[in-house]
Design a protein around this ligand. Structure first.
Ligand code: 48F
Length: 259
């Protein structure tokens, strides 16, 4: 068989377009493919929901690849170790309640599990805005990241979703958009994004879970974006809270979808 470049290109275009068209109406749109978004996406897709993830970078994984200061090892506590084991990631017992894992193995396993569970991934795509109806988030406005990087004057596209999860980490990019569009209306103490506090691993891990919730009708926060939204501290290179937050976000959104 002689390979035909046109055939190769046509397959790519058709497969991608089929997936994009079939993702115009979603149950859940997750923005950000770090550990929190990946666990949330995996669990929701496994339940049979139509879930897509929009990640601005070429590869998923967010801040997990680099462990701490590019030492590619991660630390988790018992509950986080349990989540990693459920995904099949090998975990080492470091004593006194600390566990470690290879960050490359952890991220690649989360990505593989999530996509195999049915999560639709759109990488190189930035969520630049949300769509709203009657003070409820009902979808995302998306564009190619290179368009944003080049500052090209190109209109974006929009997709519908019954729920959106902001898993964009420290930057809380979706929450920030809503804050600008509807000032003072977030479900936080001040109605605004409270901002992230200084590093305090223990407290941050507890609060990440507590702060994983709905922040505006139709919009949930997970992972570091939960703490940045509700004013919790950052936690540094311990990742159990991210995994548990992703799991909690999936539980909350699943309950809401079943409503
Ligand atoms: O930062 P990130 O890994 O978020 P996370 O899941 O985990 C946080 C930890 O990595 C670490 C930490 C724990 O020790 O504090 O920082 O909460 O992943 C966030 C992802 O969101 C993408 C970004 O490229 C990253 O991969 N992202 C951010 N803004 C957008 C976006 C956007 N507007 N559209 C699409 N993707």
């Amino acid at each position: 068989m002689e390979l035909d470049e046109r055939r190769i290109s046509a397959v790519i275009v058709r497969r991608f377009m089929d997936r994009l068209l079939d993702s115009m109406d979603l149950d859940v749109a997750i923005v950000g493919g770090g550990p929190a978004g990946l666990v949330a996406g995996h669990n929701l897709a496994r339940e049979g929901f139509k879930v897509a993830m929009f990640e601005r970078k070429l590869s998923l994984g967010g801040g997990m690849w680099g462990g701490g200061m590019m030492f590619n090892q991660i630390v988790v506590q018992e509950e986080g170790a349990q989540v990693l084991r459920e995904f099949g990631v090998r975990v080492l017992d470091e004593g006194e309640g600390y566990y470690s894992a290879d960050s490359v193995e952890a991220v690649s396993t989360l990505i593989s599990s999530a996509t195999r569970a049915g999560l639709r991934v759109f990488n190189c795509v930035t969520a630049e805005d949300v769509t709203m109806r009657e003070d409820r988030v009902v979808g995302l406005v998306i564009t190619w990241t290179p368009v944003e990087m080049a500052g090209l004057h190109v209109d974006p596209l929009a997709i519908r979703s019954r729920f959106v999860i902001d898993a964009t980490g420290h930057d809380i990019n979706v929450v920030r958009v809503v804050e600008r569009k509807v000032p003072g209306k977030l479900m936080t103490p001040t109605g605004r994004a409270e901002g992230e506090k200084s590093l305090w691993s223990h407290r941050a891990e507890e609060l990440t879970l507590e702060n994983t919730r709905e922040v505006f009708p139709g919009l949930y926060v997970a992972g570091m974006s939960a703490n940045a939204t509700f004013g919790g501290p950052r936690m540094g290179p311990i990742f159990g809270g991210m995994l548990l937050s992703g799991r909690k976000a999936a539980q909350l959104v699943s309950r809401a979808l079943r409503g």
